[in-house]
Structure formats: C-alpha cells, structure tokens
Design a protein around this ligand. Sequence first.
Ligand code: NAP
Length: 272
Amino acid sequence: MGKILVTGATGNVGRHVVSRLAKAGLDVRAFARRPEKVQAGVETVQGDLTVPESLEPALKDVESVFLLWPEFNVGNAGEVVEAIARHARRVVYLSAHVPGGENTHYAAIERLIRRTPLKWTFLRPGGFAANTLVWAEQIRRGVVRWPFGQASRALIHERDIASVAVHVLTSAGHSGAAYALTGPAELTQIEQVRVIGEVIGREVRWEEQPPAEAREQLMEAWGDAAFVEQALTAWGSFVDAPERATDTVQRLLGRPALTFRQWAEDHAADFR
Ligand SMILES: NC(=O)c1ccc[n+]([C@@H]2O[C@H](COP(=O)([O-])OP(=O)(O)OC[C@H]3O[C@@H](n4cnc5c(N)ncnc54)[C@H](OP(=O)(O)O)[C@@H]3O)[C@@H](O)[C@H]2O)c1
C-alpha cells in the first residue's frame, strides 16, 4: 500500500487516524502547521492548508490523502484539491452531514473533488461528541445554561470517525461512496449533560437559555453574525427534527458505534 498523507493530523480525528495507520505499520505522513504536536516517530511535513504551495512538498510520492478543511468557507480549497489531484490517486474527505446543506462549504468542496480524476470517498459525520467540550467550564460549576435543551442528536465519537477513515483508506470498495456517520443513539442536550454528570460523579443542572441571550454571548465569542445565526438555526432545528442515528459505523466496522457515555468516559478528565 502506498503512502498516506493525513491533514488535520493534530486534531480530534486526524490524530487518531495518524496513530492507527502508524500502529498498523503503514506508510503515513502527517501534514501540520506545528510538527512538534504530531505523534513522535511519524514522518511530518510542516505547512498550512490556506497556503496551497506549502502542501506540494507533502504530496510527493503520496497515493492517498485524508483531507479535512479547517475553515468555514471554501477559501482556496480549489487549489488544494487540484494539488492533491496532481499527485495522489485517492482522497478521503472529512465532510459533514448537514440536512439541506447544498449551500455549505462542505458540499462545495465535495463538488470540487468530484470534478477531479481522484477516487474519492466522503465521510459525512453529524455532530461530534467533542462539541460538548464547550460546556466543560459550566459543567465544572454544576450548571449548563445553553439554548435548545430538547435538541436531539446522535453524536459521534471522534475515534469512530478515525476508525472509519482508516478502514476506507486501507480497504477496497469505497470509491464514490458518501458515508453518513453518527453515534448509535439520539440524545437530547439535557440528556447529554446528565450523562456527563453521571460519568464524572457530580450533579449538573440544565438551565434553558433564551436564544436571544445565546446569540449575544456567541457574538461576543465568535464575532461573526452570519455564523452565529447559522449555528442557532441548526441547533434549534434538532428540537423538531432530531438528528437520526445511522448504522453506517456498524456496517463498515462490524461493531456498534461507540456510545456517548463511552465518549464521556474517555473525556472525563476534560470535565473535572
Ligand atoms: N464539530 C462537528 O460537529 C463537525 C461535524 C461535521 C464535520 N466537522 C468537520 O470536521 C473537521 C474538524 O475535525 P476535528 O474535530 O478533528 O478538527 P480539530 O480538532 O479542530 O482539528 C483541526 C485540525 O486542522 C489543523 N488545522 C487548522 N487550521 C489549519 C491550517 N490552516 N492548515 C493546516 N492545518 C490546519 C489543526 O492543526 P493545528 O494543531 O495547527 O491547529 C488540527 O490538526 C472540520 O473540517 C469540521 O468542519 C465537524
């Protein structure tokens, strides 16, 4: 099997993709802005995806690429995809499952990839369990004040996304497939907070935050009105139209997807 380049190699998903490929003895190269953050012993090329020229040296002799796009707009993803197509044969793109998401940057990047001769596979996860780390500070204080307590999602463990990525990168039959990936079950945000509280052994209360107050806070944190609006609309939509669990992880890996409780156990220290 040829060389595999992993972008986002220090992130939630990419770091597990790197460690699994390396453990399996495969020829893996990491691409990172800060190589010192990459697992020791793994070949690493330093660069920045928003500077496409910096990707060129990393693509030398590469057969497959695990690609994530770190920005919330297409930016220069077109140049990055072209560079990958000049060197590699296959790309596994970490996209997203967004209901009605034809106008998202994820869909736009998928279209860019489809136009190349690359063999592609799209991983389309729904919400990451890791998104709940945003509550860590509030959980330590015992009260989570947040909007849309009844919003329900089938959050996925980042290790499952990485396992699927490794499976797709190392086995045949996934070319032209788009996989909708979720955890095994839907949980409301109130239930997610309860599970985290149980795992860390302390009572955590949910306090419903009016969306207008959340908007103000998120604006302070993110400073991008359109992005805040998009996030609030998406979260609110999961109250009436919960994100449904898929069986894709089970079908691909032959074992059930990891539960939210397992994720919380793996991350208990982050909430203590
Ligand atoms: N959160 C969700 O619910 C959700 C759902 C569906 C899809 N997604 C998508 O999944 C991806 C996030 O995956 P993740 O959680 O593993 O990400 P993450 O933990 O935020 O890590 C991002 C990775 O990208 C690297 N990176 C950031 N900017 C870069 C740049 N300009 N050039 C090169 N590398 C850069 C980071 O490296 P540094 O160490 O240098 O920062 C890090 O390794 C995103 O594309 C996101 O849109 C997320």
